[in-house]
Each structure stands twice: as C-alpha cells, then as structure tokens.
Design a protein around this ligand. Structure first.
Ligand code: NAD
Ligand code: TDX
Length: 327
C-alpha cells in the first residue's frame, strides 16, 4: 500500500493487521505529513516500511510486482497547503497515481484507489441533497481537482487498458494519528497547548464526519466485494457544522463553549459535504461501527492527550504555516 505512514494509511495498516491475516508493505516518502512513529510498534514480520516516492517508476514497478493487491492512499491531502503551493499536489496526486497505474497495468495486479468526496464540489447549506456515485465531478480547490484527476485516470486505465481497479470516495475522517494541521486535531491541540481553537469564517460550513476505522472497514469491504471499474461512497451520516464541532470539543475538554476565535475564511471554501452510502451498505453489507460522533471525538481527544510526543514537533511548524495567512 502507499501512504501508510500518514493518518488514514497508518490506521488502515493497523486495521488490516488486526482484522485479516494479510501482511503489508508500505511505500511512503515520509513527507511532512507522515509520522513514522505511527508504524513503529507494529510486528516487523507483517509490516515493512519502504521509504520512497510513488513517482519513482522503477521502485513502484518492483514493489507492485511483489504485491497481491495495491491499496493507494499516498497523496498531498491538505486543502490549505494546496492553495499556498499547488505543485506538489499535481506531482504526487496526478503523476504519482499515473505511476502506480502503469505498474499495475504491467503486472496485472489489482488496485484499490482511495479518494475523497471533495471531487464532487460542494452542496448548498440549506439543501437536503447528498453525494451519490453518479454525482458529477466539480472540484473546487487544487487538492480536490488533483484528486478528481487521479480518479479519472483510474477509470480510464480500467476502460482503455482493462486493469482491475476499484475506487472509494470517503467523507471527512477523524480519529487518532491525524496531522495537527487538520481541523479536529488542530483544535484539540490548541486547547492542550493553552491556546484557543480557530474557526474559519463564521463556522457555518458542514462536513460529514466518519471515524477512520469505519473508513478502513469500508475500504476492506470494497476490496473484498467491489466490482472492477466501480466507485463506492463511504460515509457514516455524520454531518455537523464546524462551529458545533468546535463547541463540542471545548465542552468535552471542560472549557467554555464560546472560547474560540473567528479567523479569515479559506478562499473558495466548500460549504457542505454529505455522503449517501446506500450502495456500500446494500451491495456490500457495510455498516459503520462508530455511530456516536461525540463518543468517537472523546476517544480522539483522549488519544491526543495521552500522545503529546507524537504531535508536539508538528504543532509549531503547522501553526507557523497558518500564521502566514492569519488563520
Ligand atoms: P496524510 O496527509 O495524513 O498522509 C499522506 C501520506 O502520503 C503521508 O504519509 C505522506 O508521507 C505520503 N505521501 C505524500 N506524497 C507522497 C509521495 N509522493 N510518495 C509517497 N508517499 C507520499 O493523508 P490522509 O488524510 O491520511 O489521506 C490519505 C488518503 O485518503 C488521501 O489519498 C486522501 O485524499 C484520502 N482521503 C482523506 C480523507 C480525510 O478526511 N483525511 C477523506 C477522504 C479521502
Ligand atoms: O483551523 C481550522 N479551522 C476551520 O474552521 C481548519 C484547519 C479548518 N477549518 C474548517 C475548514 C473545513 O470547513 O474545518 C473544515 C475541515 O477542514 P480540514 O480538516 O482542512 O478538512 P477539509 O478541507 O474538509 O478536507 C478533509 O476532508 C476531505 C481532508 O483534509 C481531505 O484530505 C479529505 O479529502
């Protein structure tokens, strides 16, 4: 798999080792977003880390040739970074995915491509509509545009070259081991650092939250039962506006609910994401296990409280980047 030292990747590796008999080889470039500590305690006979870039054709070719299934998660993943400097997103998300596709084509190896609901653009705040597998692509940011492009490359390689590949598009993940640049861990670690949470704009934007372990079980369900060329949406009916999420974090951390700051909005900020996961549930029998967002959030807060050495070094660097835009 690719991207296994990042947030979802490292939780996915743990999920696979716990719930299956498989062994995993992780290809990861260890960018700023990775944390090798996320893999350190795993059994060496079942998880091997190869440090390298998914754009490195010969390396990717060798590793794909040794694999039964390739699960592709490596990406530049943060919208705010993509606004400041889009080039790494074009490189990793497009050229990197192309490099993986050419290797699975040569070796006839099955691919699962992990993607995001952001490829669909956004929904109106007062609309009841949700994204489905047939929603047209209309990405807003350099990040989501490059993820949309990567999905289209996968579909084209299935149709034109006959590779065997499935795709999944998931909503916003939360849980342990997420980089502190992202919304929920940023706010938790603000409070743990004695600072105030930072809410973009008015905090009215809505995200559809899913626990990262439920994303992992969804990906495994698609790998086990999904049909080649098909896309499956993964979501757990977790819609919340950002202000509600910040207030919940403050309450769970015994702080006043109004103890946050409003900061400049993200340019082009998508209003609302919402996933209709009927297909995954009915065709593949998947269901989320974390049905209470508050319980999952409380577990996540407890994890960051107990694991300060894991995140402390990233925090100053991430806040220095936000300071440049006043966010
Ligand atoms: P992340 O930023 O935490 O981790 C990305 C990992 O990929 C890092 O370990 C990084 O070192 C690695 N990587 C980056 N560029 C690389 C390259 N060129 N070669 C090799 N490795 C490279 O991201 P994440 O949040 O864990 O997201 C993982 C995947 O899931 C991405 O494809 C993302 O688009 C998708 N996704 C994320 C979410 C979410 O809420 N975080 C939701 C849906 C889909
Ligand atoms: O400090 C903040 N304050 C704030 O209000 C940050 C970092 C974010 N926000 C807002 C912006 C979004 O409306 O919170 C929401 C979530 O922000 P992010 O964590 O940056 O996530 P988002 O932009 O929604 O994208 C995430 O979900 C889909 C992941 O980062 C993507 O990789 C994934 O594809």
């Amino acid at each position: 798999m690719t991207g296994g030292a990042g947030f979802i990747g490292s939780n996915f590796v743990r999920y696979v080792l716990e719930h299956t008999e498989h062994s995993v080889v992780v290809l990861d470039a260890l960018t700023y977003a990775a944390n090798p500590a996320s893999l350190e305690d795993l059994p060496a006979d079942r998880c091997r880390l190869v440090v390298g870039n998914i754009c490195d054709g010969p390396l990717v070719d060798r590793l794909v040739g040794e694999a039964d299934v390739v699960v592709h998660l490596a990406a530049e993943s943060h919208n705010d970074n993509s606004l400041a400097d889009p080039m790494p997103f074009v490189h990793t998300n497009l050229v990197g995915t192309y490099t993986i596709l050419e290797a699975v084509r040569r070796h006839g190896v099955r691919l699962h491509h992990v993607s995001t609901d952001e490829v669909f653009g956004d929904l109106e705040l007062d609309d009841l509509a949700r994204f489905t597998e047939s929603t047209p692509y209309q990405p807003s940011s350099p990040y989501s545009a490059t993820k949309a492009g990567s999905d289209l490359l996968v579909r084209a390689w299935v149709r034109s070259y006959g590779i065997t590949a499935t795709l999944s598009n998931c909503s916003n993940n939360y849980g342990p081991r997420q980089h502190v640049e992202k919304f929920i861990p940023r706010q938790i670690t603000q409070v743990l650092s004695g600072a105030r949470p930072r809410l973009y704009g008015t905090g009215a934007n809505v995200r559809d939250w899913i626990h990262v372990d439920d994303h992992s079980s969804g990906v495994l369900a698609v790998i086990d039962g999904g049909r080649s060329g098909e896309t499956y949406l993964i979501g757990a009916d977790g819609e919340r506006d950002n202000r509600t999420v910040v207030e919940t974090i403050l309450r769970l951390m015994d702080r006043p609910e109004d103890g946050y700051d409003l900061v400049p909005d993200r340019p082009g900020h998508d209003l609302r994401y919402a996933i209709d996961s009927t297909r995954l549930r009915t065709e593949l029998g998947w269901a989320p296990r974390f049905t209470s967002f508050e319980d999952g959030l409380a577990d996540t807060i407890a994890w960051y409280r107990a694991n300060e050495p894991w995140w402390r070094a990233q925090k100053a660097e991430a806040e220095a980047r936000y300071a440049r835009t006043g966010q």
